[in-house]
Design a binder for this molecule. Structure first.
Ligand code: DOR
Ligand code: ZN
Length: 343
């Protein structure tokens, strides 16, 4: 049987929520990944070190017995974030980054930043303390076409941030366009990007052609084929600026399959297998380990994992749902076949 063994990977961008949903989804991530960068967009958002440490404990309680999994916590940057909190985060060995959401850009981003140049003093502190800034890179100008929002954010906001803070470590999260890929390539080593499985596997036809398919709706929205191809090229290039971040974002099925469905694709159960499909199709399976297991750790200046995971080449079917009763979650590609399976 054909198998692929790689160093244990990490997920550098995930939403695990809290309460009942956390209990459903966290075991999926802990089975696949040694560590994960935990997004702070809870209701209310995780804005202080103290809140993050409480949330971290809740996450650890959801890790199945016998599995090693380390949540890497982040704080939600707001216009009222105190410089003293940034200092506290820098001194904590559990906080790994701050997340910048433009206000209104996505799920639970109401507490995000409305005027980004107004928080430049906070970015200066992040740069000074060398804490990575993770950016949801979309303009919130409602007149801007939703398919252009990432490109416009790069042109109008990100370029300026990068120019003003040349030593700030930035991860442009879940890149979706050729323009984002080119921006990252052209930047210094302090700027990297995560790429999700859905943006590597699908173009916007998967979302909108032959019927509207809510489980492929996420933000930034899936783009045209030329953008998907640019993302596949970047992910499989072996360039360490691009690494794995699923952006797995569970919403209960009834909130996805409705007249105004939530943004977010649930991929945690099948994450590594989905990436393996992409890398195999691109003829670059030998580049999967760097993308999944090395470059993110290197960027965050953490040790690479010891231990390995093995994928088998075998056809299997993704479950239709996870969780119980009113709390079911429908995964991306539900009920469809995959050709790799984690042992
Ligand atoms: O599709 C998304 N879902 N994009 C985000 O930026 C947030 C996420 C969520 O939290 O549901
Ligand atoms: Zn996200």
């Amino acid at each position: 049987m054909k198998t692929l063994t790689i160093t244990r990977p990490d997920d550098w961008h995930i939403h695990v929520r809290n309460g009942a949903v956390l209990k459903t989804v966290l075991p999926h991530t802990a089975r696949q990944f040694a560590r994960a960068i935990i997004m702070p967009n809870l209701k209310p958002p995780v804005t202080t070190v103290e809140q993050a440490l409480t949330y971290r404990k809740e996450i650890l309680q959801a890790v199945p017995a016998g599995i090693d999994f380390i949540p890497l916590m982040t704080l939600y940057l707001t216009a009222t974030t105190k410089i003293s909190e940034i200092k506290k985060a820098a001194e904590s060995d559990q906080i790994y980054a701050f997340k910048l959401y433009p206000a209104g850009a996505t799920t639970n981003s109401d507490s995000g930043i409305a005027n980004i140049s107004a928080i430049y003093p906070l970015l200066a502190e992040l740069e000074k303390f060398d804490i990575p800034l993770l950016i949801h890179g979309e303009t919130t100008d409602i007149d801007c076409d939703i398919f252009d929002r990432e490109r416009v954010f790069i042109d109008t906001i990100l370029t300026d941030i990068a120019r003003n803070f040349p030593n700030l470590r930035i991860v442009l999260e879940h890149v979706t366009t050729n323009e984002a890929v080119q921006f990252v390539y052209a930047s210094g080593d302090n700027i990297a990007a995560t790429i999700t499985p859905q943006h590597l596997l699908y173009n916007r036809n998967a979302l909108l052609s032959g019927g509207i398919r809510p489980h492929y709706y996420c933000l930034p929205i899936i783009k045209r084929e030329k953008h998907r191809l640019a993302l596949v090229q970047a992910a499989t290039s072996g360039n360490p600026k691009f690494f794995l971040g699923t952006d797995s974002a569970p919403h209960i099925t009834s909130l996805k399959e409705t007249s105004c469905g939530c943004a977010g694709c649930y991929s945690a159960y099948t994450a590594l297998e989905l990436y393996a499909e992409v890398f195999e199709q691109a003829g670059s399976l030998n580049k999967l380990e760097g993308f999944a297991s090395f470059y993110g750790a290197d960027f965050y200046r953490l040790p690479r994992n010891s231990g390995t995971v093995t994928l088998e080449k075998i056809t299997w079917r993704i479950p239709l749902t996870f969780g119980k009763n009113d709390n079911t979650i429908t995964p991306i590609k539900a009920g469809e076949e995959l050709s790799w399976k984690m042992q």
